[in-house]
Design a protein around this ligand. Structure first.
Ligand code: GLU
Ligand code: ZN
Length: 468
């Protein structure tokens, strides 16, 4: 494949980056990287009312966080305004673009009429054949939009799609789309296509909701003398429940996920694997994915997004982190202590947490005053002060106590065994009903740490008894 591949991600800076745009960005990035090409970032900021600089910065930050780096300077569609106007002029001169003076009311009426006759609600073509002079004359006093003269009785336009082959559209099935609104602003179609041509985009990967737009854009580019890019229309990403991706069906902004502590590799993995089952489980970042990426595996049917899947990847990645990184992630969730202790703590509980915030379940390992949750309190209470007194005595009776010898001694003194023996001890030491190997917990706490926690358990049970 040619080394001259150029792809782009072209977000409108009117909102934050969401799961759905991440997919398009990732696919374009992967396609470029896989083919040794370039990946451009272009902000489609022609909607001046809704575009905000803050979104430009946020989207750039999100792409960096995901490891999706772009080549060269960031491009802004607004900087090409003169080319867009020039393109329209060129089309108008050839009679391929025309002013439409129809009012919204009239258009609505036409649409209703067409629908009632079982016809597609297309533009009825009233202004298609106005003479240039008539058009100029009315433009002086009436409001108008610009349309492309696409609709015709004969002919086809062919979209080259890397997944679908040549997709042919009969012009008679297409409309005359609006390219300039009555306020003079361009709709998406023309600037997006002209910019692709001017930026030298060879491959445009985007959702199949753009397929008809591509037909218009191929038509437009060909009439302007440009070679249209090869398109690759991927199936849409649906929510977990199979409905359109929305807030309710599990769409999140990247910022939101980052705030929740998600590792970027988890989002990349979960996204990269959609329709791509051949990707090795060790490909944890965008660069590693690129090596295994094959565009022909991208699904043309819709695929479902699963948050659960993404968080499962997160847990796997979390378990593979080096201690230093893990410490940095869990520190905000537990009381502060020396860095050495924190490193030992992280190593101890690292495999027992799914998210960094789960470290809070084990606060008692660091701080005896950490509050106990309801499950832990119930276990302590059920075991009772007598059990813990016996456990304390057993500990003190042993010359060199470890988990094994201690539990044997406690078993002898209390007659408790199995769960009734191990669970109250686990909870007294760690504050949690699940967790790391108890021999490791004992090693981490040391003699004093164990004793202090068992004494504290005695005290808590004593208090509980007084109350009840
Ligand atoms: N600005 C367009 C959008 O965000 C770009 C679509 C495309 O990839 O061509 O939908
Ligand atoms: Zn009209």
């Amino acid at each position: 494949m040619s080394a001259n591949v150029v792809t782009r991600f072209a977000p409108s800076p009117t909102g934050l980056l969401h799961i759905g745009n991440v997919r398009t960005a990732l696919l374009n990035w992967l396609y470029a990287r896989k083919h040794g090409g370039r990946f451009l970032l272009r902000f489609e900021d022609t909607d001046q009312d809704r575009s905000e600089l803050a979104y430009v910065d946020a989207i750039k930050a999100d792409l960096c966080w995901l490891g999706l780096d772009w080549d060269g300077d960031v491009l802004f569609q607004s900087e090409h305004a003169a080319s867009h106007a020039g393109a329209l002029e060129k089309l108008a001169d050839q009679g391929l673009a025309y002013r439409c003076f129809c009012s919204e009311t009239k258009l609505n009426l036409d649409r209703k009429l067409a629908t009632s006759r079982g016809l597609p609600p297309r533009y009825a073509g009233h202004c298609r054949h106005l003479s240039a002079r008539e058009s100029e004359r009315r433009a002086a006093t009436e409001s108008f939009v610009w349309r492309l003269r696409v609709h015709a009785d004969d002919g086809d336009v062919v979209v080259t799609d890397a997944l679908r082959g040549h997709v042919s559209f009969a012009l008679r099935d297409l409309d005359d789309p609006v390219v300039v609104r009555s306020d003079g602003s361009f709709t998406f179609l023309l600037p997006n296509a002209v910019d692709d041509a001017m930026d030298g985009i060879t491959h445009t990967l985007r959702g199949d909701d753009h397929l008809t737009n591509s037909a218009y854009q191929v038509w437009l580019l060909e009439h302007l003398g440009y070679v249209p890019p090869v398109y690759l229309h991927h199936g849409l990403l649906l929510g977990q429940d199979g409905t359109k991706l929305s807030k309710r069906s599990g769409s999140h902004s990247v910022v939101e996920l980052r705030d929740e502590g998600l590792l970027p590799g988890a989002l990349i993995q979960a996204m990269g694997r959609l329709g791509h089952p051949n990707i090795p489980e060790t490909a944890h970042n965008a660069a590693a994915l690129a090596a295994h990426f094959q565009a022909e595996h991208i699904s043309t049917s819709s695929v479902r997004w699963s948050d659960d899947e993404m968080w499962r990847w997160h847990t796997r990645l979390l378990h593979e982190l080096d201690v230093e990184t893990l410490v940095a992630m869990i520190q905000p969730h537990v009381p502060s202590c020396s860095l050495d202790t924190m490193a030992l703590f992280a190593a101890l509980i690292g495999k027992n947490i799914e998210r960094a915030s789960d470290a809070a379940h084990y606060q008692r390992l660091l701080d005896i005053h950490a509050p106990l949750d309801a499950d832990a309190l119930r276990v302590l209470k059920e075991a009772g002060a007598g059990f813990y007194q016996a456990a304390l005595d057993a500990w003190q009776s042993l010359a060199e106590a470890d988990w094994k010898s201690w539990t044997m001694a406690v078993k002898e003194r209390t007659g408790c065994k199995g769960r009734n023996l191990f669970m109250p001890l686990r909870v007294a030491l760690s504050g949690a009903v699940h967790g790391p190997e108890m021999s490791a917990v004992v090693g981490f706490l040391g003699e004093d740490g164990v004793k202090a926690r068992v004494e504290d358990a005695c005290k808590i049970c004593g208090k509980q008894q007084e109350v009840s």
